[in-house]
Design a protein around this ligand. Structure first.
Ligand SMILES: [Zn+2]
Length: 101
């Protein structure tokens, strides 16, 4: 999995298709990510005490990393990620413009 926490990604499918957001969590074992404000579910909270209001909160659910694509920091386009060796370090590069991610 090439997505990292803090990456800007674009959603490729589902109701949030085409929207972008920041990666909040990654789960490498499951190949899943949680993206800020994307793939949310509404949770209805009931008033527990008198005088308190019920409310709806939106919570992000993890999505399969294959459903998002990294948005290049340099060219701003969603792109596939390539790998490049710089010295002994592997860096991620944008397949479109070649910029390091
Ligand atoms: Zn690029």
């Amino acid at each position: 999995m090439d997505i990292k926490k803090g990456d800007n990604v674009i959603m490729l499918s589902g109701k949030d298709r085409g929207k972008t957001g920041k990666v909040l969590f990654v789960f490498p074992k499951e190949s899943k990510v949680v993206v800020e404000k994307l793939n949310t579910v509404a949770k209805h909270l009931r008033a527990r005490k008198q005088g308190q209001k019920g409310q709806i909160i939106h919570k992000e659910r993890a999505i399969d990393s294959s459903r998002v694509m990294l948005v290049c920091k340099s060219c701003g386009k969603p792109s596939r990620i390539g790998k490049k060796l710089v010295g002994d370090v592997k860096v991620r590069v944008c397949k479109k413009c070649g910029a390091e991610q």
